[in-house]
Design a protein around this ligand. Structure first.
Ligand SMILES: *Cc1c(COP(=O)(O)O)cnc(C)c1O
Length: 424
């Protein structure tokens, strides 16, 4: 028997999975069931009281989804994970566990446009108040902390600008304030960046993007780093106070370094209900087996396309942290040294109209609102994903009128370049 610790590519294929105990099936089966028969009344009571682990109902746990959860937790280096219906459901689940009405959290102003909307609108109606800070000005995070601040939220590589955030510096600010750092690691994936190694406490993903990777399944996941002391300050009552519906059980005390994941499951999934379908868990799990191969190719292609674009006469600028000319290059070398990801933005000399023309003329590229597909994708954020934001928010998020976002696929780089060439 080998005692060697498996490498990332090996874990991407194997972590969490073993042949099906009932049938010997080598691929993880799709357990397409809503519910599970109890052994007897005592076992049922233990499951409902959280005194035993087991399946009750697929809104809360499912055996196919459990393999996906263990695989992503392993790849990120966390203690446990909870898969949910979408990336936004993951964010909702995290904040539901942390916040009470009137609380605040600090978020980077360089985020996926959908997250800016979620935080500015629906979260505010729950009484969860976002305070925006600028990752290029770390003092703005420190200055935003109040006694009601419960967390800091950033992206490792920020969508759409492909901007790399200084995770370690922000984690120091969070630790000093006694609050957890949440990192959305969607654009990097654990292949490129592992935020727990840089001081993050919670990682969230949209599995819909590179982890699922084929543009066919929605999903999200919350990963517990097991690093945060939820009992110390008394400011996280979901975790540190007795739960009346579980006979007074205290979640952090009982479940320790995976208590946060348990709370997201037995309170968040139970009550918010954003469960992932077992079929989606299966397709995302299958995709993760090839994550290292795909990410390597995505990054190589993106670098080649970004380099070509940066020399094109109709392009004003290219924001891609993989280019040596990028002000973000040093942070990319530190946090994502194997590559800068495959999502980046370009500024067209012709402004808004040129952006609209480019997305209309491409043919290999698909004009749509997604990233992280095997296929190359293109969008003009100002007329689509970032349309609802004010001009100031658009500019902050790197989505001004001249900006086009590309998500480079795993086709042959020469074909991707040829398509952009004819369209420009
Ligand atoms: C897409 C995305 C989300 C939201 O995920 P959904 O699966 O679409 O709900 C969150 N963060 C980032 C960085 C994303 O790209």
């Amino acid at each position: 028997m080998t005692t060697k610790i498996p490498e990332f590519s090996t874990l991407a294929v194997h972590a969490g999975a073993s042949p099906d105990p009932a049938t010997g099936a080598r691929a993880t089966p799709i357990y397409q069931t809503t519910s599970y028969v109890f052994d007897d009344v005592d076992q049922a009571a233990a499951l409902f009281g959280l005194q035993a682990f087991g399946n009750i109902y697929t809104r809360i746990t499912n055996p196919t989804t459990a393999v996906l959860e263990e695989r992503v937790a392993t790849l990120e280096g966390g203690t446990a994970a909870v898969a949910v219906a979408s990336g936004h459901a993951a964010q909702l689940g995290v904040f539901h566990t942390l916040m009470t009405p009137g609380d605040e959290f600090i978020a980077s102003n360089k985020l996926y446009g959908g997250s800016i909307n979620q935080f500015n609108h629906s979260f505010k109606s729950f009484g969860w108040n976002v305070v925006w800070a600028d990752p290029d000005d770390l003092a703005s995070f420190e200055a935003s902390i109040t006694p009601r601040t419960k967390a800091i939220f950033i992206e490792s590589i920020a969508n759409p600008g492909g901007i790399v955030t200084d995770i370690e510096a922000i984690s120091v600010i969070a630790r000093r304030a006694g609050i957890p750092l949440i990192v959305d690691n969607t654009l990097a994936t654990p292949y490129l960046c592992r935020p727990f190694e840089h001081g993050a406490d919670i990682v969230v993903h949209s599995l819909t993007k590179f982890l699922g990777g084929h543009g066919n399944s929605m999903g999200g996941i919350i990963v517990d780093g097991g690093t945060f002391d939820w009992s110390k300050s008394g400011r996280y009552p979901f975790l540190s106070e007795p739960r009346p519906e579980y006979q007074g059980l205290v979640i952090h005390e009982t479940f320790g370094n995976f208590g946060f994941a348990i709370a997201c499951r037995v309170l968040g999934l139970r009550d918010l209900g954003a469960a992932i379908s077992p079929f989606n868990s299966f397709s995302i799990l299958t995709a993760i087996e090839t994550l290292p191969l795909r990410m390597k190719k995505h990054c190589e292609n993106a670098f080649e396309v970004a380099t070509w674009l940066s020399n094109h006469e109709k392009i004003e600028w290219v924001v891609y942290a993989g280019l040596e000319s990028s002000p973000n290059h040093a942070l990319q070398q530190k946090y994502s040294p194997k590559g800068a990801g495959a999502v980046f933005t370009i500024g067209l000399k012709g402004g808004y109209d040129a952006g609209v023309a480019l997305v209309s003329k491409v043919s290999l590229f698909s004009h749509l609102a997604n990233i992280g597909d095997t296929r190359s994708l293109i969008i003009h954020p100002a007329s689509t994903t970032h349309r609802q934001l004010s001009d100031g928010q658009k500019a902050n998020a790197g989505a001004g009128p001249e900006v086009v976002r590309l998500s480079i696929g795993i086709e042959d780089a020469s074909d991707i370049i040829a398509d952009l060439d004819q369209a420009l």
